[in-house]
Every structure is written in C-alpha cells, then in structure tokens.
Design a protein around this ligand. Structure first.
Ligand code: NAD
Length: 736
C-alpha cells in the first residue's frame, strides 16, 4: 500500500503491524492524510482473509500528540466561507460531517470485524489516545516517558472522537468525568489500574505482547458492543446514577462557574451518551463537538494556549541569526526563596548550578530546597533516589564568588535592594568570563537602572521568575535599554532549556505581569474599602474566571510586600499614583494588626495549624469596612467586569507604552503568569473578543462609577473608532 505516513507489514502468523512514522516530523500528528491512510489500513485488514488482526504502533520516540489543531482551525474558516456563500444551515451540515470524520473512522476500526491492538510508548494524547481507546486491546510501555490522556479541555475543546463515550464505559462515571475535566496526563501503571489499558510491558516488548493477544484469538468486539454490556456505574436513571449526577452537576458549576462550554459539553455527552447504544452515543458526542469547535472560547484558547504558547516556546522572539547558546553551567546568586527554586529547575534540566549566598549555611539551605522537592517526588513515586543523587550532585553550594568563573549565565536573586544588587553585580562581574551573560530576577527595579552597575550592559538582561518557581510556567524576559541580542538569545535559550514559556518585554516599572496583578489586587482592596463583603469579593473573582480571589492572592504574595510597593510608588511616582483607600487597608492590616499573609498565618484569612481545618476569612475584616454594603443590592455582574476590565486596561496600557510588543505575549503571559480568565484567551483577547468599541463602552461606564483607573487609553479609543483589534495591528509597527 502506498503509505508515506505508515509502514504496513504482515508477519508469518498473519498479524499486521502498522507503524505510524510521519516523514520529516519529530512527532506523529493526525492530519487528513493520516486519516485517509488509517482508513485504508482498516479496510485492508478487514477484507484480507490472510490477516488475523492488526497492531498499531509508532516508529518515533513518542506515539502521538493527537490531532493537528490548525486542521480544526481550518474547518472553522471553511465554515465561515460556506455560511456566507450558502447559508448557515448548509455550513453547519458541512461542519458537522467534517468534524466527526475521525470519530466515524475510529468506530469503523472498532467494528470492522478484525481485532486491533495499540502498542503505545511515549506521549499518546488527545485524538491519538482516542485511537488507542478504539482499539480492542491496549499495551503501554512501562517507560517513564509514557503518558496517555485526553487534555483537550485545556484548549477549550473536549474529546470528540469517541473519548467521552469510551472512557465513561471503561471507568466509574465519577472517575471518567474527573479525567475528562482535568485533562491530566496519566502514567502507564496508573492508566492500567484505572482500566484504560490492558497490559504494561517493557518498551521493546509491547508490540510482541499486542501481537500475542491477537494470535491468541483476541476479540474484535468492544465490550460495549456485547449485548450484556453494563457500564461500570450502572444506568444513569438508577439509584446509583442519582448518587452521581446531581453532585456532578454541582461540581461542574463549582469548578467552572459555567465559563467553559466544553466542560458542560462533556457532562452532557456523557450523561446522554450513557443512555444510548454506542453509534448513537457517538453521534450525540459529535453534535456537541461541532458546537464546541465553533465556540469563541475554543478559538481563543486554541490560539493562546496552543498556537501562541508553542510559537513563543519555539523562539518566536529569539533574535534572528543569534548563534545557539551553549549553556552548561549556570550561576545563581542568592539562595533564598527564589534562588533556591531557580537552582532546582536549572539542575532538573540537566545543567550544572553554582549556588552562591553570603555564607555556606545560607547556600546549603538553598540547596536543601532541591533535596526536599525531589524527595517529595520520590515519595509520590515520580522519581528514584538515583535521580535525587544526580540532581544534587549538579548543584554546588558555596559562598565563594570565584566559583562562578566557569558560568555561561549568572542569575541574581538577592535582596530587592539597589545597594545590595549593585555590590553583587560588581562582585559577579569580577569573577565571570567575558562571554557570560548576567541576569537579574528583580521584580520591581528597572533593568536599565541596574545595568548602570554593570561594566557590560549589553550582556545584562532581566529574567523574571514567578513564585513558586518550580510550578509557575511563565518567565518574563526583560530587555534593558542596552541589552544586546546575544544576551536576549541566551535568556530565551535558558528558558527553553528549563521548559518554561518566555515572554519578552521592554523595561518599565512592574514590567508586564506585576502591573496587571497589581491592578487586580487593588480592585480587591478597593471593594473591601467600599464595603463589599470579603467572601463576595473572593467568590465573584472566581466566578469571573480568576483561579484565586485577590485577597487570597495577596496573602500568598505578602500583604507587607503590597504595602512596601505602595509606599515605594508614592515616594518615586508621587502621591497621586496611590489610592488612599488601598493604603488605608494595607496599613491597617500590616502596621496595626500585624497581619502579613500566609507567611505569619494571619492575613485577609486566618490559617489554622496543619491538620486543624482550612483557612477562613478573618472576621476582623468587618472592622475595616465602616459602611458595609447589603450583598443583595450589589451588582455581581459589575464586580465581575471590574476584575477583568481593570487588568485588561493595564495590559492595553503596556501595549501603548511599548512594554509589550506582541499581543501573543500579553495573552500567554496573562494566563500563565497570573491566571487571567483562561476561557477569554488572555487579557487582550478579552478585549478583542468583545470588540474594542464594546470594551471602551464598558470601561467608560465603570469609569463614571468608579473613577479614572477605568479610563480607556488612547490606543483603545483609536481602536474603538477604527474598528481595530490587537491582533489586527501589525506587531512590528506596534513595536516601533
Ligand atoms: P529572599 O530574601 O528569600 O532571598 C534573598 C537571598 O539573597 C537570601 O538568601 C540572602 O542571604 C541572599 N543575599 C543577600 N545578599 C547577598 C549577597 N551580597 N551575596 C549573596 N547572597 C546574598 O528573597 P526572594 O524572595 O528570593 O527574592 C529575591 C529576588 O527575587 C528579589 O530581587 C525579588 O524582587 C525577586 N523576586 C521575588 C519574587 C517572590 O515572589 N518572592 C518573585 C519574583 C522575583
């Protein structure tokens, strides 16, 4: 068979092996061509009496990451064209048929009369795992690299090629829903225990095991096609079902606040599908899938969290022509909270780390953090003790600046004090070689100002991590006035090596992310000052789509830090730059009540000792509210708007000021950096999504009621006037 994407062999026993190995690609991906070839394979296996059955495996390091999302985007464009030319109904008909092709292909494979087995090593996600689920037998390699799962929800989609139906027929409904809602990547053994796979074996044995199953007469009928099939949780309309569905609905609402149509579609597909035979169930799933594929949430999330994020990770902002950096040894100066985390992620990526602090004890303490993190991983079964030894051997903790001599990049994370930074920059530069790049992890001090302490400002750059470093995926790279291409390229190469997502911003107070976060915290503080009940502030923020309320977030960051920033802003920018109501709240919390946040177990919340219950809002907050408002008279929709609009306005200002030059970075940065309502696609997509005109009208109404912080900037007013959008602007022109 002419198969550029699959090799197809039949062995002496009559068992076929289809090896998926797309030419010129490092990873297999589902494309229209792959679907056509797979269909040919199914027909050949089905019709050739000399073939007993077929094993599907991959010829690459991984099985496959799933469907090509740009293919799905193309469908959307075709829909738009047809809707215009031939009407909405015709377009929807086309869209439905096209978007369910993969589902029908997998169903044909499942019912073609011959047994199919999947032999899976490495990543097998999304549409690829749905292929495995349609096979009658699944063997996974025990290798640590093997991960299966259905992560579609993370880009606003859901598994539309049978995933919702097969998973809910393999597992208890509650477990299936959780798996589909979370989109986790699951290791081989766990997948087997969950009922998602039949066997786990060594990497070089999986094909043999899959073949052996076929040779031994493996059945070509899926369990759900047998007349006596019963779903693991029984019928939907049964006493058991009634224990599951009402709470499932409540959990869906609690987790999504109805912001994610894809999550709702999962619930609906599983609920309706479980009451139907498989073919009809798949049709129901397809109907929901076609709707979700056309939703603006899916379009926004695919663009930001799949396409833009991928482009930034692959170096969209890397200066053209800068040679690849050779980053082997990284210096980290300051082994405190941030430095310890930076050392860990760097060593984790296989680089050698020289971790310097003022004395041996402080440096050792920073290294001990890595020991603790990797030990936690071992306890969870995710690492071996050999991994810990190797990781710790890569970190050298020392008070000796001279040890930095061999470093290719040094990152400082010492106290946020210009004098301390100045001294550290000079000491590091006296120790390092001429090509070494120096990076500062400062969160508030302008990079160009710090670079004045440097004898080589072209090799000076900002690499701004978020805490906790090991969990937060965003890194802001700050270009100072004199930062050169080589330093920028080295910073980007470093972020790539530690597998995080970079955005590149120009130097300005607060850079990008902290400015928007600051606006969010301020809004929470001001609501408190106005008399909005604290619980309402927190809940409405989550309803708007934020992962944590502003008061919770401030407790994590430190209320004293917020007060320090307010005071510094007042001193440096002037009285008018600070809202007196915010200052009053923060001063009362820190200076009068000694409430600093989670760090002293007393913040906007009280934090009981471990094992004695969860955090609770501090009742004393009422005393900070001279005129409490009646919750029944508060406009919840307005509070939600305030939270998102105030951040989006700040993001728009960073664009106008040239801090952010590419809308992809603002969007990716806002979701990864501070959890800006992901269903919107990010802070600028939120504006584009409703249109600049509508956004300006909304901001204007808020400005009239709540003051000038809601005033739209010139850029937005111009866009509203011209009908422009952030993505419609030419990023190159915007940067000029
Ligand atoms: P920290 O106080 O936990 O750690 C600072 C460390 O620097 C301490 O271990 C201290 O002993 C060491 N140090 C001080 N002077 C030194 C010197 N001369 N030589 C060597 N080591 C020295 O502070 P942190 O929270 O880790 O913050 C460090 C930097 O990271 C600051 O610039 C801060 O603005 C920035 N930052 C912090 C966060 C955060 O959430 N904490 C987030 C992003 C960036």
């Amino acid at each position: 068979m002419p198969q550029p994407n699959f090799r197809f062999d039949v062995d002496a026993e009559g068992v076929a092996l289809a090896t998926w190995d797309m030419p010129g690609r490092s990873m297999n991906v589902i494309t229209p061509e792959v679907m056509a070839e797979l269909s040919e394979i199914v027909e050949r296996v089905s019709s050739d009496p000399g073939i007993k059955g077929c094993v599907i495996t991959s010829g690459k390091e991984s099985f496959s990451g799933g469907a090509d999302l740009t293919m799905l985007q193309g469908l959307g464009a075709e829909f738009g064209r047809l809707a215009k030319a031939e009407g909405e109904e015709k377009a929807m008909g086309f869209f439905f048929e096209e978007s369910r092709k993969l589902s029908l292909l997998y169903r044909r494979l499942e019912t073609c009369g011959k047994p199919f087995a999947a032999a899976v090593h490495g990543t097998c996600l999304g549409g690829a795992f749905e292929l495995a689920l349609a096979c009658h037998y699944r063997v996974l390699s025990s290798d640590d690299a093997t991960r299966v799962g259905l992560p579609e929800i993370k880009v606003g989609l859901f598994p539309g090629a049978g995933g919702t139906q097969r998973v809910s027929r393999l597992m208890q409904t509650g477990d299936a829903l959780q798996m589909l809602f979370r989109g986790d990547q699951i290791r081989a053994l766990l997948a087997k225990n969950m009922g998602l796979a039949h066997e786990v074996g060594k990497r070089d044995e999986i094909v043999g095991k899959a073949k052996a199953w076929i040779e031994a007469g493996g059945s070509a009928v899926a369990p759900w096609d047998l007349p006596k099939f019963k779903a693991p949780s029984g019928k939907v309309y049964s006493p058991g079902g009634m224990m599951i569905w009402p709470p499932a609905n409540a959990i869906y609402r609690r987790e999504t606040h109805d912001n994610y149509p894809a999550a709702k579609a999962i619930l609906q597909s599983v609920y309706e599908g479980l009451q139907l035979p498989m073919d009809l169930a798949l049709k129901v799933e397809s109907r929901y899938f076609a709707n979700i594929l056309r939703s603006k949430e899916a379009a926004a999330m695919i663009r930001t969290l799949f396409l833009s994020k991928g482009e930034l990770e692959k170096g969209a902002r890397r200066p053209a022509g800068a040679p690849a950096s050779n980053l082997r040894t990284i210096g980290v100066v300051g082994a405190g909270f941030m430095g310890a985390g930076i050392a860990y992620v760097t060593a984790q990526a296989g680089m050698k780390v020289i971790l310097v602090d003022r004395d041996q004890e402080a440096a050792d303490k920073g290294k001990a953090y890595s020991q603790q993190l990797v030990t936690d991983q071992i306890n969870k079964g995710r690492a071996k003790s050999a991994d810990r030894d190797a990781l710790l051997a890569r970190i050298e903790a020392t008070p000796d600046y001279g040890a930095l001599a061999a470093c290719d990049l040094v990152i400082e994370a010492v106290f946020e004090d210009p004098k301390v930074k100045d001294e550290v920059i000079r000491k590091v530069e006296a120790a390092i070689g001429p090509d070494c790049v120096f990076a500062s992890n400062t969160s508030t001090l302008p990079i160009s100002g710090l670079a004045r302490s440097s004898a080589r400002p072209a090799q000076f750059v900002g690499i701004h991590f978020f805490s906790p470093v090991e969990k937060m995926m965003l890194v802001e790279i700050i270009k100072g006035r004199d930062t050169g291409d080589a330093a920028l390229a080295a910073a980007l190469d470093y972020v790539r090596a530690i597998r995080k997502t970079p955005i590149v911003v120009n130097d300005a107070r607060g850079f990008f992310a902290n400015r928007c976060v600051g606006a969010y915290l301020l809004e929470g503080h001001l609501m408190l000052a106005e008399g909005v009940p604290a619980a309402m502030i927190e809940n409405v923020a989550r309803m708007a789509g934020m992962p944590v309320g502003p008061l919770s977030l401030n407790d994590e960051v430190g209320i004293d830090l917020a007060l320090r920033i307010v005071k510094a802003t007042k001193a440096q920018v002037g009285e008018a730059a600070v809202d007196p109501n915010q200052e009053r709240i923060l001063t009362a919390m820190v200076e009068r009540e000694g409430r600093l946040g989670r760090k002293n177990a007393k913040g906007f919340y009280d934090y009981p000792p471990k094992g004695q219950g969860s955090k609770r809002l501090w009742p004393g907050l009422l005393e900070l509210q001279p005129e409490p408002l009646d919750p029944d008279r508060i406009d919840v929709a307005e509070l939600k708007h305030r939270f998102l609009v105030v951040q989006a306005l700040e993001a728009a200002r960073t664009v106008e000021e040239g801090v952010v030059t590419d809308p992809r970075e603002a969007d990716v940065g806002s979701i990864l950096g501070f959890g800006f309502a992901p269903f919107t696609g990010g802070a600028l997509s939120y504006i584009d999504g409703m249109g600049a005109r509508a956004f300006v009208a909304l901001a204007g109404a808020l400005e009239a009621r709540h003051g000038p912080r809601f005033a739209p900037n010139r850029l937005l007013l111009d866009m509203a006037e011209s009908g422009g959008s952030f993505y419609g602007r030419d990023p190159v022109k915007a940067a000029a």
